[in-house]
Each structure stands twice: as structure tokens, then as C-alpha cells.
Design a protein around this ligand. Structure first.
Ligand code: A3P
Length: 284
């Protein structure tokens, strides 16, 4: 597939973006949410696919033949508009399954207002800044629709400046955190908690969604969504999406907490201290 050159970042309503997420802006802003929609909101590389896959297993199971499609088709990406694929909004408008599972990376202030009007449930996932940055770096290396990452030093400087697609990590995680304080329909999960005890976080998720699956089903979901299982599963590992070059780095890369230690020197750690040294949880 012939792809256009990598996109450039520009400022969009105070947030760094590329045209792949702004070209369809009016339709995104006018998107009509339905009351039973479930929105999965994250900063890129925080565990979006993991939670998407868990939700898909919980609601639709693995067996239904019509669900044997890649996760990026089953959980459409609201604001995405890339060559050769229908816009996320259009795919969602045509979805007849219920509930619709919807992915977004939008910062809270840019979310289309119908999600608030319809009082939809929202699952937000946050990941610690350093691992998030490492994962984002390798993702930008392998994904031709992302801006050129440059070398690790320059990339980290961009992280610090908030010059990333979907803006600053700090603004994103704190913006959604603040919203959660006044909005009861947001479940705020942490990637690290999910790694520590997936079963416990699955229980929190089910209770938030009003689901009571049997112990067997919960165990099936937990196992199906394990890193090694998802990595081997072509419906979950993005291997069918040609914009990604797995020879550079796989989408399901390590799935660990603390991989930043393999990338950060002491100097790097000091450099990102203003962002990561927060008393608040996700800055650990
Ligand atoms: P790494 O690059 O650190 O491996 P997103 O889906 O938001 O793009 O996030 C991708 C990150 O989540 C990748 O992190 C990926 O490996 C990790 N991930 C995906 N599924 C996972 C799972 N089942 N368990 C742990 N990590 C997972």
C-alpha cells in the first residue's frame, strides 16, 4: 500500500494533532452518541487495545462469527480518518450492534458533547508517564501514519513540551481525572493496576458496567486478554493493519510495567521530573 509521507504536527485548539485526527472534525464534533454507548478514552499507548479487547469479550464473546474481525474494526476509532479506511464516525453511525464500543484519544475538553448529553459510560485508562513515553516512541517508529519520532533524546524533549499527537500526557491524564471528580459515569483505571491484578480490575469494570458474568466467563475473559494470548491473536495484535511495520517494532511489544528503566538514563529521568514527579498517582 502506497502511503503518503508521515504527517506533521500542528496546533489544534491548543492540542498538538495531525490531519488524520482533524480532517473529519465537524462530523466528529456532531457525532450522535447513543445512551448505551461505551467509550474507551485514553492517552495513546496507555492500554486502549487491552481494555477494548476485554470489553469486546465481555459483551460479545469470542465465538460469534460476525465478531471474528480485528479489534480496530470491532471498536471503531471515533476521530480517525486515514487513507483507504472509512472514517470512524461513519463506521460507528452504521453500527447496529449494542452497545457500541467506541475508542477515542481525545482530551476531555474536545470530546463531542453528545457523550455528555447521553450520559454514556466512559472507561478511561492512564499509564505512568515514563512507560507511556517509551511505548509511544516505539509505536511512532513503526506506524507510518504518525509523525517521524526522531531519536529518543529528541522524542523525550517533545514529550516534555507536550508536542505529541493528542497533546501533553500530563494535560490528558489530569484533564480526565478532574472530570471524573464531578461525573459519575467515568471509571478511571490504571494500566499498572491491570497488570498487578487483572481479575480485580475486571471486577471493577463489571461492577461499573452493571454486568455480572459467571466466574467461568470472567476467567475466560481474563485469560483471553492476557498479553501473550493477545500477542498471538491476529484479531487483537494489529498484524492485519498495513500501516504498521512489525519488523521495526510489534504493536504488542512488551506489555510490562517499568520498561522505562531500559530506556532512561539518570539524565533522562531528571529531564522528565517536572512531569513525572507528581504527588498524584499516575506520576509515580
Ligand atoms: P508496550 O509498548 O509497552 O508493550 P494502546 O493499546 O493504548 O496503543 O497501548 C499499547 C500498549 O499496551 C503496548 O505497550 C502493549 O504491549 C500494551 N498491551 C496491550 N495489550 C496488553 C495486555 N494484554 N497486557 C499488558 N499490556 C498490554
Amino acid at each position: 500500500m502506497e502511503l503518503p509521507p508521515r504527517p506533521k504536527l500542528f496546533d489544534f485548539h491548543g492540542v498538538s494533532m495531525t490531519n488524520y485526527f482533524t480532517d473529519n472534525w465537524d462530523n466528529v464534533q456532531n457525532f450522535q452518541a447513543r445512551p448505551d454507548d461505551i467509550l474507551i478514552a485514553t492517552y495513546p499507548k496507555a492500554g486502549t487495545t487491552w481494555v477494548s479487547y476485554i470489553l469486546d469479550l465481555l459483551y460479545f464473546g469470542q465465538t460469534a462469527p460476525e465478531r471474528q474481525r480485528p479489534i480496530f474494526e470491532k471498536v471503531p476509532f471515533l476521530e480517525l480518518l486515514i487513507p483507504l479506511y472509512p472514517p470512524g464516525v461513519e463506521v460507528l453511525d452504521n453500527l447496529t450492534t449494542s452497545p457500541r464500543l467506541i475508542k477515542t484519544h481525545l482530551p476531555v475538553q474536545l470530546l463531542p458533547k453528545s457523550f455528555w448529553e447521553q450520559n454514556c459510560r466512559i472507561v478511561y485508562v492512564a499509564r505512568n508517564a515514563k512507560d507511556n513515553a517509551v511505548s509511544y516512541f516505539h509505536f511512532d517508529r513503526m506506524n507510518q501514519t504518525q509523525p517521524e519520532p526522531g531519536d529518543w533524546n529528541n522524542f523525550l524533549q517533545r514529550v516534555m513540551d507536550g508536542k505529541m499527537v493528542f497533546g501533553s500526557w500530563y494535560d490528558h491524564v489530569t484533564g480526565w481525572w478532574e472530570k471524573k471528580q464531578t461525573h459519575s459515569k467515568i471509571l478511571y483505571l490504571f494500566y499498572e493496576d491491570m497488570v498487578e491484578d487483572t481479575g480485580r480490575e475486571l471486577d471493577r469494570l463489571c461492577s461499573f458496567l452493571g454486568l455480572s458474568p459467571s466466574a467461568e466467563k470472567k476467567e475466560r475473559v481474563r485469560r483471553g486478554a492476557q498479553f501473550d494470548t493477545m500477542k498471538k491473536n491476529s484479531m487483537a495484535n494489529y498484524s492485519t493493519l498495513p500501516i504498521m511495520d512489525f519488523k521495526i517494532s510489534p504493536f504488542m511489544r512488551k506489555g510490562k510495567v517499568g520498561d522505562w528503566k531500559n530506556h532512561f538514563t539518570l539524565g533522562h529521568s531528571e529531564m522528565v521530573l517536572p512531569v513525572t514527579n507528581l504527588s498524584w498517582r499516575v506520576g509515580e
